[in-house]
Design a protein around this ligand. Structure first.
Ligand code: G1P
Length: 358
């Protein structure tokens, strides 16, 4: 059998994450100090897949600048442009030539899976189905593709975002396909939202006598498509953080729980309650940080409290004793208070925003 390949879809505009995605593709937004796409590539590599195509569109250059040739993951990265946002099936179809006759994994670049995909990929290579889905029980399946199964786990029907779901099994954004999926894609019509849905292509396989198998996912799954989900993903990864103090923490500071302090960072007269990720070259002065805070490189926090937040590189927070909570900030943001304000702020700010609280 030919070698398993992977196609990562990272062309989407990330409209639900605006304004963060005006200046950066959503796949490059960091959770616990690492971009979503970096985590997706870790997952692909852990499954021993080396030939990886990235289907890019919105801000393609930024994706290409981050992944390059793929050496950081020991993969061979190929870039394929999806010219128009015509849906996931159209994005997969862009990779037809790259895939050739190989079986392949499709991975939605904003999906985060704790359990990895190694076992899923191995099972698919052995069990000779035309496609395999990863499923997860969810409380409200209406915002996902939904699968109905027979007793042995074979997929009998899939529907994209049904109003009245017949099961609570959501389709996770990881699929395995044989190349017959391209016949399916060629046969479907756009959905009501004007997109070629991968779910409809899978339904075509089922209706045309192809076997589609399924696996129920263990561990966490996050589709980090909106700010609350990004913060949730940040917390999930921070919960798995191992302490590493590479910078300096002065004796007047207190650090508890799992905390990473990056190279060149200085923590003075501050309290950090883990889990927290502090990038390189940050300055914390008279700050109270955590739990669940990720700071990008070069951030400065003075006389402020931050909890449950993602603050991207080069941002500065000062004189906010009331604090910042449940917030996502872009790069080089400045939030400055006047030290008297005690109400916590909840902010979603794009790059270079400047806020003065009086
Ligand atoms: C897409 C798929 C959907 C799947 C979901 C998983 O939806 O169309 O079937 O359940 O990803 O993340 P989207 O998030 O693009 O609306």
């Amino acid at each position: 059998m030919s070698e398993l390949k992977a196609v990562i879809l990272c062309a989407g505009e990330g409209t639900r994450l605006r304004p963060l995605t005006f200046s950066r593709p959503k796949h490059l937004l960091p959770v616990a100090g690492k971009p979503l796409l970096g985590r997706a590539l870790d997952t692909i590599r852990e499954a021993d897949i080396r030939q990886v195509a990235l289907v890019v569109g919105h801000q393609a250059e930024a994706v290409q600048a981050y992944v390059g040739g793929g050496a950081a993951w020991d993969i061979e990265a190929t870039y394929i442009l999806q010219e128009q946002p015509l849906g996931l099936a159209n994005a997969v179809n862009c990779a037809k030539e790259f895939v050739g006759e190989s079986p392949f994994i499709v991975f939605l670049g904003d999906n985060l899976l704790e359990a990895g995909i190694g076992d899923f990929a191995d099972d698919f290579c052995q069990n000779q189905a035309a496609a395999a889905l990863v499923l997860r029980e969810v409380e409200d399946p209406r915002r996902y593709g939904v699968a109905e199964l027979s007793d042995d786990g074979t997929v009998e029907r899939v529907v994209e975002k049904p109003e009245e779901p017949k099961s609570n099994l959501a389709i996770v954004g990881v699929y395995a396909f044989e190349s017959c999926i391209f016949d399916a894609i060629a046969s479907i019509q756009p959905s009501a939202r004007g997109e070629y849905e991968i779910t409809d292509a899978i339904q075509w396989l089922v209706e045309n006598g192809h076997r589609v198998s399924s696996t129920i996912l263990q561990g966490f799954w996050e589709d980090a498509g909106e700010p609350v989900a990004l913060l949730r993903a940040n917390r999930l990864y921070l919960d798995r953080l191992v302490s590493t103090i590479e910078g300096t923490v002065n004796t007047a500071s207190q650090v508890s729980g799992a905390v990473h302090v990056g190279l060149g960072s200085r923590v003075n007269n501050s309290r950090i309650t883990g889990p927290c990720f502090i990038g390189d070259n940050c300055v914390l002065q008279d700050a109270t940080i955590g739990p669940y805070v990720s700071l990008g490189d070069g951030c400065q926090v003075r006389n402020s409290t931050i909890e449950d937040a993602i603050i991207q590189s080069g941002s500065r927070i000062e004189n906010l004793p009331g604090g910042l909570k449940r917030s996502v900030l872009g790069e080089q943001v400045v939030v400055a208070g006047d030290a008297r304000n005690n109400a916590p702020l909840h902010l979603l700010l794009g790059d270079m925003a400047q806020i003065r609280v009086i």
